[in-house]
Design a protein around this ligand. Structure first.
Ligand SMILES: C[S@@+](CC[C@H](N)C(=O)[O-])C[C@H]1O[C@@H](n2cnc3c(N)ncnc32)[C@H](O)[C@@H]1O
Length: 218
């Protein structure tokens, strides 16, 4: 089977394109990949293609908005990736009795990514998070500094060697500004003997989104 690895880095300042390219570099069919923010499903679809989630791989996605999960499921299904949606008691809570740890296919959780560790069946090779708000929906429903830091810390703790955590950060709105500063600090303080950490940003656009990446060295 030929696996299509979509890399839409069409122009240099396309930050999500960079995140897709850096995912595709490390992911292989059969891997587990995580999308911290499913949104409209574009990143989830890319991970599904890179891991061959219709066969051997697994993608687990999170979002606190049901409309986002529905949009993601529609996109994935249109590309022949069956999707299972799991609903927690509330989107901002998780109950031990409802913990599900799927191991193949595409699984979307109506649940905050701060509960990532409750749903990991094994160590992931890649974790992606496109932060901020859902395009076309309310701009008041957005990722925030506390839950993003929790998800990032859990993700870093879980990654396989050579695994990557890739976060697209939007500093141009108030919640994103705080989030950006806290995440830059988290990535900057990763110990060099265990992590490589990068920041890809536009040097001539101060409030433009940027990409933080961390790769586990061993
Ligand atoms: C920029 S959008 C994601 C775009 C998406 N990755 C795509 O490819 O279309 C950010 C998403 O994060 C979601 N979100 C906000 N807080 C969250 C949380 N604590 N856990 C999971 N998702 C969250 C929002 O509902 C929104 O859909």
């Amino acid at each position: 089977m030929t696996i299509e690895k979509k890399t839409d880095c069409a122009h240099m300042a396309n930050i999500t394109g960079w995140s897709h390219r850096l995912c595709a570099e490390v992911l292989n069919p059969g891997d587990l990949a995580i999308d911290l923010t499913a949104g409209n499903g574009n990143d989830t679809l890319h991970l599904a293609q890179c891991t061959a989630a219709q066969a051997s791989g697994c993608v687990i996605g999170f979002d606190i908005q049901r409309c986002a999960l529905n949009a993601s499921a529609a996109l994935l299904t249109a590309h022949d990736f069956p999707v299972c949606i799991h609903t927690e008691a509330t989107a901002t809570d998780v109950h031990p009795s409802s913990q599900v740890r799927p191991d193949t296919g595409v699984h979307l959780f109506h649940c905050g990514h701060q509960y990532l560790e409750h749903h990991l069946p094994r160590a992931p090779k890649d974790i992606i998070g496109n932060l901020g708000y859902l395009p076309g929906a309310s701009h008041t429903i957005t990722t925030n500094v506390l839950t993003s830091i929790r998800a990032a810390e859990q993700g870093l703790a879980a990654l396989l060697p050579q695994g990557r955590l890739l976060l697209v950060v939007y500093p141009g709105h108030p919640a994103g500004y705080d989030e950006a500063h806290a995440l830059i600090q988290l990535f900057a303080e990763l110990p060099k003997q265990r992590w490589d950490s990068i920041n890809i940003s536009c040097t001539n656009a101060a409030k433009a989104p940027f990409l933080l990446g961390a790769e586990r060295r061993r």
